[in-house]
Design a binder for this molecule. Structure first.
Ligand code: ADP
Length: 694
């Protein structure tokens, strides 16, 4: 940087105390023998920037050009405008070569398979991914249910959940480069006969006891939600018993639901018939659920029928009780998967922002939206040009990660390089709102969400098109079959209507977002057709758990958590105050220690009548925001996004299961790809408590 003085860099001044603590504990490189630090934060950013820019050498860039790119990468990171995900920061240029956070691994109903996709093959793959800092997601639905027969041993199958426990123990044992423990997503589709046990695997007495390294989610389909609405029965199906082409009942369903190009389906079926020596039982590839049922019953694959509402209520009860299980909406995921002609997505990564095909990995990175609020003529506005420029280099950097990555397994490398998924996300969204003076729980804020998402997506997609022109499209790109997600984005008004939310966007906010609102996507589509596309997905809203701390901003698109709180650490109690909040208090001459410590008792000011109304409105914390607003922000960011959104719908401790039920139903209608609720204090281990009064 410019301000170098005795090894001190002015860029270091941007880092908060907490940021330095985190960097020091996990990110800055140490000499393994002496354990002394061998780099400063700026050196870390340099290491990452240089390592990733070097990729461009192999695309014919000169040394000078590569240096320019490296400088730009350094610039956007050290100014805290953009940060890549943790593995990229930690591992770039080191012995550990995995730079991605998200992986999905297949689990076939066999101990081991030639393709390396059996249960114990996957266990091994998981350990290798965890060792280097990645998170893994699995769909366990292909495994035969508990009590089913095992032909080779004439024994009894122990079922998917017992295998999940082994994955869980392995996760405990394998620490990631000695730095953190791995994280998993376990998914079971709602038609599996063991689904009831699965739903209860982490609730009631098993809460805080079992599968502690797993988030669990039920894979839900439209047919199921319709059956819930109509109070109808749905079948439970043994995946081992169905002879339908495709690996199981599920791929049968996907064909039945008309996701794929019909010619392509025919081709697939023919191939499968050939390979598996199976019999296709229906003339047409596109069949209805009822028809599918008849066939499955004929095959003896339907083990029982259950009222959909009974299952749904159990899911709701579990989520209310402990936060698990969440839901992923398999149909919505596949409908809006831009390359659904490649295959069907069955699972997501641990925090569900990345639905991925088997063996795919994805690397993430997030722009810090707070940094793009500037003052003009005394008014806070968004610096669109700077944001667009940052996104352009961010996407280039994420794309380079794919080439710089050292993959733990060849299947992962192949799958990842075939589709080249990257996930650009955001952080600091709620702090951007504060700086703009807009309350999170307002129609204005939702409008900002919706249009910011549109802008970020537009720029990221555009960047990927330009990269394709320069470096070529992702190998699985097909200009005709590729599905543009902007063709299926719901309008802003549609979202409000579904949620039955009334209210007008204020004219000043309309003006503020004009630049994003008026973007033309049809032109972009034309460009894609001509120039190609470098990455099959470009966006993904990650939780940004640690990189938001390094950036000193709010995480992802979440509202603020607590304005002031007491942190208990080994050496004593410390009061922490949100610096933005403190700024506001100063403005009103309310920054006295007594006032602040009083606020720290609850962490919020919503009920505090002595605090000015402006402050009370703008500094609404997660539990004060009504669940509908949480959900609508998620739905807004989902519309302009080719992957998923990680979001927790935070609920007050006293909320009822009915609220959860309502939110889950609404989530489906709003077209989000997954949903997680967390009711305050519903788990014994909670990292942050709000305030000191419990
Ligand atoms: P960060 O801020 O550290 O870059 P995020 O909180 O945004 O990471 O999480 C992004 C993704 O990284 C998660 O969805 C998950 O796939 C992966 N991940 C996060 N924490 C862990 C962990 N402890 N172990 C493995 N993977 C993790």
């Amino acid at each position: 940087g410019k301000g170098k003085w005795n090894g001190f860099d002015e860029r270091d001044m941007l880092l908060s105390y907490n940021a330095l603590k985190v960097l020091e504990a996990r990110y800055l490189l140490k000499n393994p023998d002496t354990l002394r630090y061998v780099e400063t934060p700026q050196m870390m950013f340099r290491r990452v920037a240089n390592f990733l820019a070097k990729v461009d050498t192999s695309y014919g860039k000169s040394e000078e050009e590569v240096k320019k790119i490296a400088d730009k990468f350094y610039e956007i990171m050290s100014s805290l405008k953009f940060l890549p995900n943790t593995p990229t920061l930690m591992n770039s240029g080191t012995r550990l070569g995995v730079l991605s956070a998200c992986f999905v691994l297949p689990v076939r109903d066999s101990m081991t398979t030639p393709e390396g996709e059996g249960i114990y093959d996957t266990l091994r793959a998981m350990a290798l991914v965890h060792q280097q800092g990645g998170g893994t997601g699995f769909d366990f639905s292909e495994l035969r249910p508990k009590g089913d027969v095992v032909a080779s041993t004439a024994g009894v199958a122990s079922g998917p959940i017992s295998f999940m426990k082994i994955f869980d123990v392995s996760t405990d044992v394998v620490k990631q480069g000695g730095k953190r423990r791995g994280a998993n997503m376990g998914i079971m589709h709602v038609w599996h006969p063991d689904v009831n046990d699965f739903i209860k695997a982490k609730t009631g007495q098993l809460k805080d006891a079992q599968l502690q390294n797993f988030n669990i989610s039920v894979g839900i389909y439209d047919y199921f939600m319709k059956a819930v609405e109509r109070d109808e029965e749905v079948p439970l199906v043994n995946p081992r018993k169905t002879r339908v082409p495709g690996s199981n009942w599920d791929s049968y369903m996907v064909k039945a639901r008309g996701y794929m190009d019909e010619e392509y389906i025919q081709e697939l079926i023919l191939k499968e018939l050939e390979e598996k020596d199976a019999v296709w039982l229906d003339e047409s590839s596109v069949i209805t659920l009822d028809e599918a049922m008849v066939i499955a019953e004929k095959e003896g694959a339907v083990t029982s029928k259950v009222n959909a509402r009974v299952i749904f209520d159990e899911i709701v009860k579990g989520a209310w009780d402990s936060g698990d299980p969440g839901i992923v909406f398999i149909d919505e995921i596949n409908r809006r998967h831009p390359i659904n002609y490649i295959g069907k997505i069955q699972a997501t990564n641990p925090c569900a922002e990345e639905p991925l095909l088997p063996w795919e990995s994805c690397n993430l990175g997030s722009v810090n939206l707070e940094k793009f609020v500037i003052e003009k003529e005394g008014k806070a506005i968004i610096d669109w040009d700077s944001l667009a420029d940052t996104i352009r280099y961010a996407v280039r950097m994420l794309d380079n990660v794919i080439d710089a990555n050292r993959y733990p397994l060849k299947q992962i490398e192949e799958a990842t390089k075939k589709t080249r998924k990257v996930g650009l996300g955001v952080m600091g969204f709620s702090r951007l709102l504060v700086r703009l003076g807009i309350p999170y729980d307002s129609v204005d804020a939702l409008y900002v969400s919706y249009n910011l998402a549109k802008f970020v997506y537009y720029q990221a997609f555009h960047a990927s098109i330009e990269l394709a022109k320069e470096k070529g499209s992702f190998p699985a790109y097909d200009p005709v079959l590729y599905r543009d997600i902007f063709d299926t984005a719901r309008s802003f008004n549609e979202l409000l209507e579904v949620a039955k939310l009334k209210g007008e966007v204020s004219p000043s906010v309309k003006r503020l977002m004009e630049r994003a609102e008026s973007l033309d996507f049809s032109q972009l589509k034309g460009e894609r057709m001509i120039k190609g596309l470098r990455n099959s997905t470009v966006m993904s809203i990650a939780p940004t758990g640690t990189i938001s701390i390094i950036s000193g901003t709010s995480s992802g698109i979440e509202p603020l958590f607590a304005l002031a709180f007491i942190r208990n650490v080994a050496v004593g109690k410390f009061m922490e105050v949100d610096p933005l909040f403190l700024e506001y208090l100063k403005r009103y001459e309310m920054d006295d220690p007594e006032v602040v410590s009083k606020i720290a008792e609850t962490g919020s000011v919503a009920e505090n009548v002595f605090i000015p109304r402006t402050i009370r409105n703008v500094f609404r914390t997660a539990h004060e925001v009504a669940p509908e607003y949480h959900l609508l922000h998620q739905a807004s960011w989902q519309q302009w996004n080719d992957s998923g959104v990680s979001k927790t719908i935070n609920l007050k401790s006293e909320e009822t299961p009915e609220t959860v039920s309502k939110i889950y139903m609404m989530a489906w209608r709003l077209g989000v790809k997954g949903i997680t609720v967390y009711r305050d204090k519903s788990k014994s281990q909670q990292v942050i408590y709000f305030g000191i009064k419990k």
